[in-house]
Design a protein around this ligand. Structure first.
Ligand SMILES: [Zn+2]
Length: 330
Protein backbone atom coordinates (compact mmCIF):
# COMPACT_ATOMS: atom_id res chain seq x y z
CA UNK A 1 0.00 0.00 0.00
CA UNK A 2 2.84 2.30 -0.93
CA UNK A 3 0.53 5.07 -2.13
CA UNK A 4 -1.89 4.84 0.80
CA UNK A 5 -0.44 7.87 2.47
CA UNK A 6 -2.37 10.11 4.74
CA UNK A 7 -3.17 12.55 3.61
CA UNK A 8 -1.60 13.12 0.25
CA UNK A 9 -3.94 10.66 -1.40
CA UNK A 10 -6.77 10.19 1.10
CA UNK A 11 -8.84 12.27 3.45
CA UNK A 12 -7.87 12.01 7.14
CA UNK A 13 -10.78 12.21 9.59
CA UNK A 14 -10.80 13.18 13.24
CA UNK A 15 -13.59 10.70 14.06
CA UNK A 16 -12.93 7.09 13.00
CA UNK A 17 -15.86 5.43 11.15
CA UNK A 18 -15.80 2.72 13.82
CA UNK A 19 -16.86 5.21 16.50
CA UNK A 20 -19.67 6.50 14.26
CA UNK A 21 -20.93 2.97 13.63
CA UNK A 22 -20.80 2.05 17.32
CA UNK A 23 -22.71 5.17 18.27
CA UNK A 24 -25.27 4.82 15.51
CA UNK A 25 -24.40 7.39 12.81
CA UNK A 26 -24.17 5.14 9.76
CA UNK A 27 -24.62 8.02 7.29
CA UNK A 28 -21.47 9.85 8.37
CA UNK A 29 -19.58 6.56 8.71
CA UNK A 30 -20.40 5.66 5.11
CA UNK A 31 -19.64 9.12 3.72
CA UNK A 32 -16.36 9.22 5.68
CA UNK A 33 -15.32 5.84 4.33
CA UNK A 34 -16.20 6.85 0.80
CA UNK A 35 -14.23 10.09 1.07
CA UNK A 36 -11.29 8.28 2.65
CA UNK A 37 -11.13 5.92 -0.32
CA UNK A 38 -11.50 8.70 -2.85
CA UNK A 39 -8.25 9.55 -4.59
CA UNK A 40 -7.54 13.19 -5.20
CA UNK A 41 -6.10 14.12 -8.55
CA UNK A 42 -2.49 15.25 -8.12
CA UNK A 43 -3.18 18.71 -9.46
CA UNK A 44 -5.87 19.11 -6.82
CA UNK A 45 -3.56 18.31 -3.94
CA UNK A 46 -2.00 21.72 -3.62
CA UNK A 47 1.58 20.54 -3.80
CA UNK A 48 2.32 23.48 -6.05
CA UNK A 49 1.12 25.84 -3.29
CA UNK A 50 2.60 29.27 -3.79
CA UNK A 51 4.81 30.37 -0.91
CA UNK A 52 4.53 33.64 0.96
CA UNK A 53 7.25 35.47 2.92
CA UNK A 54 8.36 33.88 6.21
CA UNK A 55 5.90 34.46 9.01
CA UNK A 56 3.18 35.24 6.53
CA UNK A 57 -0.16 33.82 7.46
CA UNK A 58 -2.95 33.39 4.93
CA UNK A 59 -6.23 31.95 6.10
CA UNK A 60 -9.24 31.58 3.85
CA UNK A 61 -12.59 30.36 5.12
CA UNK A 62 -15.30 29.01 2.84
CA UNK A 63 -18.92 28.03 3.51
CA UNK A 64 -20.19 24.84 1.87
CA UNK A 65 -23.78 25.78 2.73
CA UNK A 66 -24.50 22.20 3.90
CA UNK A 67 -23.56 20.79 0.50
CA UNK A 68 -20.50 18.59 -0.08
CA UNK A 69 -18.88 20.54 -2.90
CA UNK A 70 -15.47 22.01 -2.00
CA UNK A 71 -14.36 24.58 -1.25
CA UNK A 72 -17.73 26.47 -1.25
CA UNK A 73 -18.32 30.22 -1.08
CA UNK A 74 -15.54 32.49 0.21
CA UNK A 75 -16.71 34.08 3.46
CA UNK A 76 -13.57 35.39 5.21
CA UNK A 77 -10.02 36.06 4.07
CA UNK A 78 -6.85 36.93 6.01
CA UNK A 79 -7.37 40.10 8.02
CA UNK A 80 -11.03 40.30 7.02
CA UNK A 81 -13.70 41.43 9.51
CA UNK A 82 -15.24 38.93 11.89
CA UNK A 83 -18.21 37.07 10.51
CA UNK A 84 -21.68 37.02 12.05
CA UNK A 85 -21.31 33.24 11.74
CA UNK A 86 -19.36 32.13 14.82
CA UNK A 87 -18.29 28.86 13.16
CA UNK A 88 -16.48 30.88 10.48
CA UNK A 89 -14.64 32.78 13.21
CA UNK A 90 -13.77 29.57 15.09
CA UNK A 91 -12.20 28.03 11.99
CA UNK A 92 -10.33 31.29 11.32
CA UNK A 93 -9.08 31.65 14.91
CA UNK A 94 -8.15 27.99 15.46
CA UNK A 95 -6.19 27.71 12.22
CA UNK A 96 -4.47 30.98 13.19
CA UNK A 97 -3.56 29.56 16.61
CA UNK A 98 -2.16 26.44 14.95
CA UNK A 99 -0.15 28.58 12.53
CA UNK A 100 1.19 30.69 15.43
CA UNK A 101 2.07 27.59 17.48
CA UNK A 102 4.19 26.12 14.70
CA UNK A 103 5.79 29.48 13.88
CA UNK A 104 6.61 30.54 17.46
CA UNK A 105 7.59 27.08 18.73
CA UNK A 106 9.44 25.60 15.76
CA UNK A 107 9.90 28.56 13.37
CA UNK A 108 7.83 26.58 10.90
CA UNK A 109 6.02 28.69 8.29
CA UNK A 110 2.67 26.92 7.86
CA UNK A 111 1.88 23.29 7.10
CA UNK A 112 4.48 22.87 4.36
CA UNK A 113 7.09 25.13 5.98
CA UNK A 114 6.79 27.45 2.99
CA UNK A 115 3.77 29.54 3.85
CA UNK A 116 1.08 27.32 2.39
CA UNK A 117 -2.35 28.96 2.48
CA UNK A 118 -4.60 27.54 5.20
CA UNK A 119 -7.98 26.93 3.60
CA UNK A 120 -10.97 25.78 5.64
CA UNK A 121 -14.53 24.93 4.66
CA UNK A 122 -17.27 25.05 7.31
CA UNK A 123 -20.89 23.79 7.24
CA UNK A 124 -19.91 20.77 5.17
CA UNK A 125 -22.79 18.40 4.52
CA UNK A 126 -25.92 17.96 6.59
CA UNK A 127 -25.55 16.91 10.23
CA UNK A 128 -22.08 15.68 9.26
CA UNK A 129 -20.38 14.24 12.35
CA UNK A 130 -16.79 14.65 11.24
CA UNK A 131 -13.93 16.94 10.21
CA UNK A 132 -11.05 16.13 7.92
CA UNK A 133 -7.90 17.24 6.11
CA UNK A 134 -8.01 16.20 2.46
CA UNK A 135 -4.40 16.83 1.53
CA UNK A 136 -4.86 20.50 0.78
CA UNK A 137 -7.51 21.95 3.10
CA UNK A 138 -9.55 21.52 6.31
CA UNK A 139 -13.22 20.56 6.15
CA UNK A 140 -15.65 20.80 9.10
CA UNK A 141 -19.11 19.34 9.55
CA UNK A 142 -21.54 20.89 12.03
CA UNK A 143 -22.31 17.64 13.82
CA UNK A 144 -25.87 16.48 14.35
CA UNK A 145 -26.19 18.34 17.66
CA UNK A 146 -26.46 15.08 19.60
CA UNK A 147 -23.37 12.97 19.01
CA UNK A 148 -21.23 15.98 18.06
CA UNK A 149 -21.94 19.68 18.41
CA UNK A 150 -19.34 20.98 15.95
CA UNK A 151 -15.63 20.62 15.30
CA UNK A 152 -14.13 24.02 14.46
CA UNK A 153 -14.49 25.10 18.11
CA UNK A 154 -11.99 22.46 19.29
CA UNK A 155 -8.51 23.88 18.84
CA UNK A 156 -6.86 20.46 19.29
CA UNK A 157 -9.06 19.02 16.53
CA UNK A 158 -7.91 21.79 14.19
CA UNK A 159 -4.29 21.28 15.30
CA UNK A 160 -4.67 17.52 14.78
CA UNK A 161 -5.92 17.89 11.23
CA UNK A 162 -3.39 20.51 10.15
CA UNK A 163 -0.63 18.33 11.63
CA UNK A 164 -1.58 15.63 9.11
CA UNK A 165 -0.38 18.18 6.57
CA UNK A 166 2.82 18.78 8.56
CA UNK A 167 3.50 15.02 8.61
CA UNK A 168 2.77 14.79 4.89
CA UNK A 169 5.42 17.44 4.19
CA UNK A 170 8.02 16.53 6.85
CA UNK A 171 8.32 12.74 7.05
CA UNK A 172 10.24 11.82 3.87
CA UNK A 173 7.64 10.12 1.68
CA UNK A 174 4.92 10.61 4.31
CA UNK A 175 3.66 7.94 6.73
CA UNK A 176 1.61 5.11 5.18
CA UNK A 177 -1.93 5.31 6.61
CA UNK A 178 -2.14 1.67 7.61
CA UNK A 179 -0.76 -0.57 10.36
CA UNK A 180 1.82 0.85 12.81
CA UNK A 181 2.91 3.68 10.50
CA UNK A 182 -0.75 4.72 10.20
CA UNK A 183 -1.17 4.65 13.98
CA UNK A 184 2.01 6.75 14.28
CA UNK A 185 0.54 9.19 11.77
CA UNK A 186 -2.59 9.50 13.91
CA UNK A 187 -0.58 9.77 17.13
CA UNK A 188 1.64 12.56 15.76
CA UNK A 189 -1.53 14.52 14.97
CA UNK A 190 -2.88 13.97 18.49
CA UNK A 191 0.48 14.95 20.03
CA UNK A 192 0.77 18.27 18.19
CA UNK A 193 -2.99 18.86 18.35
CA UNK A 194 -2.91 18.73 22.14
CA UNK A 195 0.30 20.79 22.22
CA UNK A 196 -1.42 23.57 20.24
CA UNK A 197 -4.18 23.55 22.87
CA UNK A 198 -1.82 23.43 25.87
CA UNK A 199 0.28 26.23 24.34
CA UNK A 200 -2.78 28.39 23.69
CA UNK A 201 -4.07 27.86 27.25
CA UNK A 202 -0.63 28.13 28.87
CA UNK A 203 -1.09 24.76 30.58
CA UNK A 204 1.73 22.72 32.09
CA UNK A 205 1.69 18.92 31.90
CA UNK A 206 -0.29 18.60 35.13
CA UNK A 207 -2.96 21.15 34.22
CA UNK A 208 -3.61 19.64 30.78
CA UNK A 209 -6.51 17.20 30.38
CA UNK A 210 -4.69 15.22 27.64
CA UNK A 211 -8.10 14.65 26.03
CA UNK A 212 -8.58 15.09 22.27
CA UNK A 213 -11.79 16.80 21.22
CA UNK A 214 -13.01 17.64 24.72
CA UNK A 215 -16.32 19.51 24.69
CA UNK A 216 -17.57 18.64 21.19
CA UNK A 217 -19.20 15.31 22.06
CA UNK A 218 -22.65 14.79 23.54
CA UNK A 219 -22.14 14.01 27.25
CA UNK A 220 -24.10 10.76 27.14
CA UNK A 221 -21.66 9.37 24.55
CA UNK A 222 -18.43 10.32 26.28
CA UNK A 223 -16.12 13.16 27.28
CA UNK A 224 -13.82 13.22 24.23
CA UNK A 225 -12.56 11.26 21.22
CA UNK A 226 -9.36 10.03 22.84
CA UNK A 227 -7.42 10.22 26.10
CA UNK A 228 -3.63 10.29 25.88
CA UNK A 229 -3.40 9.98 29.67
CA UNK A 230 -5.71 6.94 29.92
CA UNK A 231 -6.30 5.44 26.46
CA UNK A 232 -9.56 3.49 26.24
CA UNK A 233 -11.53 5.71 28.65
CA UNK A 234 -12.66 8.67 26.50
CA UNK A 235 -16.07 7.47 25.25
CA UNK A 236 -18.45 4.56 25.63
CA UNK A 237 -16.91 1.87 23.43
CA UNK A 238 -13.40 3.38 23.38
CA UNK A 239 -11.05 0.41 22.84
CA UNK A 240 -7.72 2.21 22.53
CA UNK A 241 -4.89 0.24 24.13
CA UNK A 242 -2.35 2.07 26.31
CA UNK A 243 0.47 -0.41 25.76
CA UNK A 244 1.55 -3.25 23.46
CA UNK A 245 -0.22 -5.76 25.69
CA UNK A 246 -3.48 -4.50 24.15
CA UNK A 247 -2.22 -4.06 20.59
CA UNK A 248 -5.00 -4.82 18.10
CA UNK A 249 -3.73 -6.83 15.11
CA UNK A 250 -5.08 -5.16 11.93
CA UNK A 251 -6.64 -2.53 14.19
CA UNK A 252 -7.82 0.86 13.00
CA UNK A 253 -5.11 3.54 12.92
CA UNK A 254 -7.13 5.48 15.52
CA UNK A 255 -7.08 2.45 17.86
CA UNK A 256 -3.42 1.50 18.14
CA UNK A 257 -2.44 5.19 18.16
CA UNK A 258 -3.25 4.97 21.88
CA UNK A 259 0.12 3.27 22.41
CA UNK A 260 2.44 5.99 20.98
CA UNK A 261 0.03 8.61 22.41
CA UNK A 262 0.57 7.25 25.89
CA UNK A 263 4.34 7.05 25.32
CA UNK A 264 4.33 10.79 24.57
CA UNK A 265 2.23 11.45 27.66
CA UNK A 266 4.65 9.48 29.87
CA UNK A 267 7.66 11.27 28.37
CA UNK A 268 6.02 14.69 28.79
CA UNK A 269 5.07 13.98 32.42
CA UNK A 270 8.62 12.84 33.21
CA UNK A 271 10.12 15.94 31.59
CA UNK A 272 7.55 18.21 33.26
CA UNK A 273 6.78 21.88 32.69
CA UNK A 274 5.29 22.91 29.36
CA UNK A 275 5.10 19.89 27.08
CA UNK A 276 5.77 22.01 23.97
CA UNK A 277 9.11 23.17 25.40
CA UNK A 278 10.82 19.80 26.06
CA UNK A 279 8.86 16.75 24.93
CA UNK A 280 7.35 18.51 21.88
CA UNK A 281 10.69 19.46 20.26
CA UNK A 282 11.90 15.85 20.63
CA UNK A 283 8.89 14.51 18.75
CA UNK A 284 9.13 17.32 16.18
CA UNK A 285 12.82 16.61 15.60
CA UNK A 286 11.89 12.94 15.04
CA UNK A 287 9.62 13.57 12.02
CA UNK A 288 12.35 13.85 9.34
CA UNK A 289 14.01 10.74 10.80
CA UNK A 290 11.01 8.50 10.05
CA UNK A 291 10.15 6.66 6.81
CA UNK A 292 6.80 5.69 5.21
CA UNK A 293 6.55 2.27 6.88
CA UNK A 294 8.07 3.18 10.26
CA UNK A 295 7.16 0.83 13.11
CA UNK A 296 6.53 1.79 16.74
CA UNK A 297 9.97 0.42 17.70
CA UNK A 298 11.66 2.45 14.95
CA UNK A 299 9.80 5.57 16.04
CA UNK A 300 10.83 4.90 19.65
CA UNK A 301 14.50 4.66 18.70
CA UNK A 302 14.20 7.80 16.56
CA UNK A 303 12.75 9.80 19.49
CA UNK A 304 15.61 8.59 21.70
CA UNK A 305 18.10 9.68 19.03
CA UNK A 306 16.30 13.02 18.67
CA UNK A 307 16.43 13.56 22.45
CA UNK A 308 20.17 12.92 22.29
CA UNK A 309 20.60 15.40 19.42
CA UNK A 310 18.68 18.11 21.28
CA UNK A 311 19.76 17.56 24.89
CA UNK A 312 22.70 15.14 24.85
CA UNK A 313 22.84 11.82 26.66
CA UNK A 314 21.11 12.69 29.89
CA UNK A 315 17.86 12.75 31.82
CA UNK A 316 15.78 13.74 28.76
CA UNK A 317 16.97 10.79 26.71
CA UNK A 318 16.45 8.44 29.67
CA UNK A 319 12.90 9.77 30.15
CA UNK A 320 12.02 9.12 26.51
CA UNK A 321 13.44 5.61 26.68
CA UNK A 322 11.52 4.90 29.89
CA UNK A 323 8.29 6.15 28.27
CA UNK A 324 8.53 3.63 25.42
CA UNK A 325 9.37 0.90 27.94
CA UNK A 326 6.28 2.00 29.86
CA UNK A 327 4.09 1.17 26.86
CA UNK A 328 6.04 -2.05 26.23
CA UNK A 329 7.29 -0.99 22.78
CA UNK A 330 10.91 -1.36 23.97
ZN1 LIG B 1 -6.20 12.06 12.10
Amino acid sequence: MADDRCCSAHACFIVPPKLLRKLGDLDTALLSERLRGQRLAFKEMGFAAVGVPAGGERRTIYDAGHATRLPGALVRGEGGPRSKDEVVNQAYDSSGDTYDFYWKTFKRNSVDGRGMRLDSTVHYGTRFNNAFWNGRQMVYGDGDGQLFTGFASAIDVVGHELTHGVTQYTVPGGLTYDGQSGALNESISDVFGTLVKQWKLGQDVNAASWLIGEGIMGAKYGKALRSMKAPGTAWTGDDQPGDMGGYVQDGDVHTNSGIPNHAFFLAAMALGGHAWEKAGPIWYRTLPMLHPDATFAEAARATIDAAGLLYGAGAEQAAVQAAWKGVKVL
